[in-house]
Design a protein around this ligand. Structure first.
Ligand code: SF4
Length: 432
């Protein structure tokens, strides 16, 4: 199920990064989930959307096992499995796909937005899903909007699925009305509870209108245009950001809202873009900041001074490294990221301690060797690496948990710290 890309080129090439941090480029075998994984959190977010993976049995197993907890819910994702008949080219794939979509929409009149999600098998790659989505959209308009994107492991790592999904939505957003006021668009899937907290904070700050992408209902597409300033809530949305800028929106550069400091910097960047005074900002955020600091403080004794090694997986690694080093005094050994968007990450790179090893890309064997040699107190990595490292006596944290758990914002800062503390306390208990 893991997408194992071919060995492209081994070795590491240091290049200059933003700020003073040198960034080492690594090329080799990768060990990450594919972009289909994003469906697991996206299907919960847009409540009347449906994700139809066009793929193989492997794809079906991946999302079923990753989303197993949702088994009793009304399913909002499925896999159209291409069987051998299709693969032999006997059936016309376009007709087959139209038939599957027709059957699905007939059975599920609640679906208002359907994503056709591409995958790896060569027969799927040959299908022009974009054209199929446009054709079907015409057939089912205006009842259902049909879009497509790729979640293939050849093209995407696991958080890039969300980027591809949101980027496919951007061209469908309505334009701003003439003379539209300056508006804020928060971009990136957040748990509803977190989104509600941020909406309240923007309201208290006097930042309005403040909207969110993805939206909760398919019909509530936020308008976009030159009076829109957008603020990324997730660090893996390079394509979505580009698509928004093509529509005239402007990015607010900021840290990501992880931890008390990250959340404050993120909100402050928005406040400054909307002319909110420092005094009002401080007054509106002070109680929540104090709660966040308290929440984090509870886990300091467990984590301060402990060493941590982050494998490249979710693209959350740089903001997480900033959080654990600055708010929990953990010692960074290595921070890997599958891709590094230098502009979006500049505020994070600026806050990392000098001399930390930052890598972009992956050569999994070399990274494992370095991790084993360093024997960190905590290793953040994908599921595939966690078990072997645990068996070797290393404490691990699954990076995917950081995506599935609400961790952004002030009220969640303590929970985020706890996610790092839990493997260490569990291990300490076992040792006792
Ligand atoms: Fe595997 Fe590719 Fe399907 Fe992902 S999209 S589950 S990597 S076959």
């Amino acid at each position: 199920m893991n997408a194992l890309a071919p060995l492209v080129q081994s070795g590491a090439i240091p290049i200059d990064g933003c700020g003073s941090a040198p960034i080492v480029q690594e090329r080799g075998q990768r060990e990450v989930f594919c972009g289909l994984t994003g469906i697991v959190w996206l299907h919960r977010k847009i409540q009347d959307a449906f994700f139809l993976v066009v793929g193989s049995r492997t794809c079906a197993h991946l999302i079923q096992s990753a989303a197993g907890v949702m088994i009793f819910a009304e399913p909002r994702f499925a896999t159209a499995i291409l069987d051998e008949r299709d693969l032999a080219g006997i059936a016309d794939i376009d007709d087959e796909l139209d038939r599957v979509v027709g059957r699905l929409l007939e059975r599920r009149p609640d679906i208002k937005l359907l994503f056709l999600v591409g995958s790896c098998p060569s027969e799927v790659i040959k299908i022009d899903l974009k054209r199929a989505a446009a054709r079907q959209s015409r057939n089912y308009a205006p009842r259902v909007r049909i879009l497509s994107y790729s979640g293939s492991g050849i093209e995407t790592t696991f958080t890039q699925g969300e980027d591809a999904c949101l980027a496919s939505l951007v061209p469908t957003l309505p334009g701003e009305a003439a003379n539209a006021p300056h508006s804020l668009l928060v971009v990136g899937a957040l748990a509803d509870v977190v989104e509600d907290q941020f909406a309240r904070l923007f309201d208290e700050l006097g930042i309005a209108p403040a909207r969110f992408l993805p939206m909760r209902r398919a019909a509530d597409l936020p308008p976009v245009g030159p009076n829109t300033s957008y603020l990324l809530a997730q660090p893996f949305l390079g394509d979505t950001a580009r698509a928004l800028e093509e529509r005239g929106a402007q990015r607010i550069a900021a840290n990501f809202p992880l931890g008390e400091e990250g959340t404050t910097n993120w909100l402050r960047a928005a406040a400054q873009a909307f002319g909110v005074s420092d005094a009002h900002f401080d007054k509106a955020t002070a109680p929540a900041r104090a709660r966040a600091r308290q929440g984090v403080e509870r886990h300091r004794a467990t984590l301060a001074g402990k060493s941590i090694f982050l494998f490249p997986d979710s693209q959350l690694e740089l903001p997480l490294a900033r959080f654990v080093s600055r708010e929990l005094s953990m010692r960074l050994i290595e921070v890997g990221t599958p891709y590094l968007h230098r502009q979006h990450m500049a505020p994070e790179l600026d806050l990392l301690p000098d001399g930390v090893r930052i890598t972009e890309g992956q050569h999994v064997d070399n990274q494992l060797d370095r991790c084993r040699a360093a024997r960190p107190d905590l290793t953040v990595c994908g599921l595939g690496l966690a078990n072997p490292l645990e068996a070797e006596g290393l404490a691990t944290k699954w990076s995917i948990e950081l995506l599935f758990t609400p961790v952004q914002g002030y009220e969640q800062a303590g929970d985020l710290a706890e996610l790092f503390a839990r493997p260490l306390t569990r291990r300490a208990r076992l040792e006792v």
